[in-house]
Design a protein around this ligand. Structure first.
Ligand SMILES: [Zn+2]
Length: 363
């Protein structure tokens, strides 16, 4: 792949990213399907979850990649999906292994430059059984109104960050509690909701309709915002019977880190994740699944952008210069238009995809 091709595979406008995806997929897709979201995007555009299927619809093994679980993070995953199609990688799909791409799983968050969805819900904390009592999180009971203060000025940012830092130092589990998920404070980050969201229901529909009864499903769910700039970390969850975990380790070797372990860029075990839900759903299939997390700017800046965005949608005014600046910070926190970043993450992702494909074939 030529240097310039990396650049043109990425676009940080929802409609253009989607157009790139559909254009790259259309010629060779066995199936191309789109589901329209009930709401509109930031520029009034229509929003869709798109699915491209390559290879045989009845293939016993499926390699699935997902972009946009966390909205704004989807510009990275979209670029990877488009880039890999431009290299012709997807043409390896056949009667044995299908290659499937879901583009813009949370298209509302993607377009509106939010990590959460239209309800302020973190989709990757939303895959819970809502018939059961919801998990408690005392961090947010104590600090939700400090994390998202009434005013967002330089002074309140500094003061509240000091309070948060002090709290985190005083409790060993503080950092984990900050990000593992919470179910009581809708306006704060990492809120998992109280019902399955649109994207959750769509993914369940797609899983039931298209992915069930396979010998094996391999999943790469693309994320950004954790870890050093332009580096990646492949993360799996310590769930299931160990069989899937052993296969994943055999495929990706030392690159694969268990979420919540000491080496992990996510020093917590999140609740209600997409991967856990799919592994549970496909309990009769082999299900090898990982999140690929790519670093952007510093974690402090990412956290600040996230707080600002939640403040904006709770107490702020979207029609202000401040809103424009906050949205730009969100994009900078979860995406980069720098060629070196795009090249680096494409190389990492393409390798992981290739390894997963080889692993599925070897089963
Ligand atoms: Zn994410």
């Amino acid at each position: 792949m030529q240097y310039e091709d990396y650049i043109s595979s990425f676009n940080s406008k929802y409609s253009k990213a989607r157009h790139n995806f559909l254009t790259a997929a259309v010629d060779r897709a066995t199936l191309l399907k789109s589901w329209q979201h009930p709401l509109r995007g930031i520029a009034g555009e229509k929003l869709y979850l798109d699915l491209a299927w390559f290879g045989d619809l009845a293939a016993q093994k499926v390699l699935l990649s997902i972009s946009g679980t966390h909205g704004v993070e989807g510009y990275c995953g979209s670029g990877i999906q488009v880039g890999s199609m431009r290299t012709g990688w997807h043409l390896q799909a056949d009667s044995e292994v299908a290659i499937v791409m879901i583009h813009g799983l949370n298209p509302y968050g993607m377009s509106h430059l939010r990590r959460v969805n239209e309800d302020g819900v973190d989709l990757n904390r939303n895959f819970l059984d809502f018939q059961q009592p919801l998990p408690k999180n005392t961090f947010y009971d104590d600090l939700a109104d400090i994390v998202i203060p009434q005013q967002w000025t330089q002074t309140t940012q500094t003061e509240t960050l000091d309070q948060i830092t002090e709290y985190l130092y005083s409790r060993p589990s503080g950092l984990a509690d900050l990000a593992k998920g919470q179910y009581q404070h809708w306006y704060a980050p990492f809120y998992g909701g109280e019902v399955p969201t649109w994207s959750n229901r769509m993914l369940n529909h797609i899983s039931d309709r298209y992915l069930g009864d396979r010998q094996a499903v391999g999943l790469l769910d693309y994320h950004t915002g954790l870890g050093p700039y332009a580096t990646g970390q492949l993360m799996s969850l310590p769930v299931g019977d160990g069989h899937n975990q052993n296969l994943a380790s055999a495929i990706w070797g030392d690159k694969l880190i268990v979420t919540g372990s000491e080496e992990s860029v996510a020093a917590y075990f999140p609740q209600g994740t997409l991967i856990a839900a799919l592994q549970e759903k496909f309990v009769n299939s082999t299900c090898i699944a990982a999140v690929y997390e790519f670093g952007t700017i510093s974690e402090t800046e990412v956290f600040s952008a996230l707080r600002a965005d939640h403040w904006l949608h709770t107490h702020g005014d979207l029609n202000t210069q401040q809103a424009v600046e906050i949205k730009q910070k969100m994009l900078d926190a979860f995406y980069s238009d720098r060629p070196d970043w795009q090249k680096s993450i494409c190389n990492l992702a393409f390798t992981a995809q290739e390894e997963l494909l080889a692993g599925l074939r070897s089963l």
